[in-house]
Design a protein around this ligand. Structure first.
Ligand code: NDP
Ligand code: ZN
Length: 357
């Protein structure tokens, strides 16, 4: 009889539920992994409740995990059953031409490096499949608890990518729009990259306190009025050198363009779940001649990035515990954890679920 696994899936747009699937099979380059800690993501919420990428009938959700290898393919060199590993949310096909061009996250087509909970079953299953294990898994350093390590699979690389896309340089003034877990990591990334003044935009007090801990110098509450005016006020009317966007909606780009200086760069990692167009304001954009650049991106995944980010945590330069406000234990609790992410109570930054070994 075929062995089955359980998983928490998107049944249809607006509905989640438990499904049974066949145990995933392992190709020669691949691995089968069981989760040790998983976290739901705002992207799961966009996918299920906004229907942002269309129907995904019975697709197992989740793309943030730390796990234990249970099987590896015959060509896998560096991993074996029993290894504890960090699994990146984005698992590119490293032999693709897109990866060779430097855009591994788009290997096989736009956004196609994002496989878990998009084009194949995600990590909210009793077992899950990882393509190209040697290229996509990273050994979990002993010094990092599994809950914190699960933040390395998406929150850290995505937030840091906002700062990378914005090309933050020593002494830059930076505005981070959005200080949920991703935006907090954009603040931390900008800080590590040498930003001077970091203005963080959000309304929740706990997120604001965490942002200060990660290096924000000023907090701006978008509910207290126009954020462009607030940023100009706090920068002597000059605006900022760089903007990281990790929250807001299709109107946020307008604000970012208006607050960044001529020659400035905007890095967007926000997943726009609704709205048809992102508008660029003609006058604030210098009538098309401002040298204000917009860079946007899906986070880069892969083993090397996971190893490097894990080393920042292991060595004590990045503390991930402030992100973890809600801790669950047991596989079944993936469901309340995901629903919590949907409802976003004001004291939530990130829920995490640990699963017994
Ligand atoms: P959260 O919902 O936790 O945080 C969003 C932040 O944006 C909050 O600080 C919120 O403020 C703020 N915000 C909301 N509306 C506005 C507004 N109108 N103006 C300014 N700020 C606003 O999200 P996450 O941190 O979990 O995720 C951020 C985004 O990153 C999501 O869209 C997610 O899907 C995306 N993402 C992208 C990835 C990528 O690879 N590019 C990977 C993973 C996630 P408050 O709540 O305090 O009021
Ligand atoms: Zn995610």
């Amino acid at each position: 009889m075929t062995k089955m696994i359980k998983g928490l899936a998107m049944k249809r747009i607006g509905e989640i539920g438990w499904v049974e699937k066949e145990v995933p099979s392992c190709g020669p380059l691949d691995a089968i992994v069981k989760p040790l800690a998983v976290a739901p993501c705002s992207s799961d919420v966009h996918t299920v409740w906004e229907g942002a990428i269309g129907e995904r009938t019975d697709l197992i959700l989740g793309h943030e995990a730390v796990g234990q290898v249970v099987e590896v393919g015959s060509h896998v060199k560096d991993f074996k059953p029993g290894d504890r590993v960090i699994i990146p949310a984005i698992t590119p096909d490293w032999m693709s031409v897109e990866a060779q061009a430097g855009f591994s996250m788009h290997s096989g087509g736009m956004l196609a490096g994002w496989k878990f909970s998009n084009s194949k079953d995600g990590v909210f299953g009793e077992l899950f499949h990882v393509n190209e294990a040697d290229g996509n898994l990273a050994l979990l350093p002993d010094a990092i608890p599994v809950e914190e390590a699960s933040m390395i699979s998406d929150m850290v690389p995505t937030g840091f990518h906002a700062a990378e896309l914005a090309q933050v340089k020593l002494g830059d003034t930076v505005c981070c729009i959005g200080i949920g877990p991703v935006g907090l990591m954009a603040v931390a990334g900008a800080n590590l990259m040498g930003a001077s003044q970091i203005l963080a935009v959000g309304s929740r007090p706990d997120c604001a306190a965490a942002a200060r801990g990660y290096g924000a110098t000023d907090i701006i509450n978008y509910k207290n009025g126009d954020i462009v005016e607030q940023v100009l006020e706090k920068t002597d009317g000059k605006g900022v050198d760089r903007v990281c966007i990790a929250g807001g909606d299709v109107n946020t780009m307008r604000e970012a363009i208006a607050m960044v200086k001529a020659g400035g760069i905007i890095g967007n990692v926000n997943y726009l779940g609704s709205g048809d167009y992102v508008q660029i304001p003609r006058i604030a954009w210098g009538f098309g001649m401002s040298h204000k650049f917009v860079h946007c991106g899906l986070m880069p995944g892969g083993r090397l990035r996971m190893e490097k980010l894990a080393s920042l945590v292991a060595i004590g330069k990045l503390n991930l515990s402030p992100l973890l406000t809600h801790r669950f234990k047991g596989f079944k609790n993936m469901e309340p954890a995901l629903l919590l992410m949907k409802d976003k109570p004001r004291d939530l930054i990130k829920p995490v679920v640990t699963i017994e070994e």
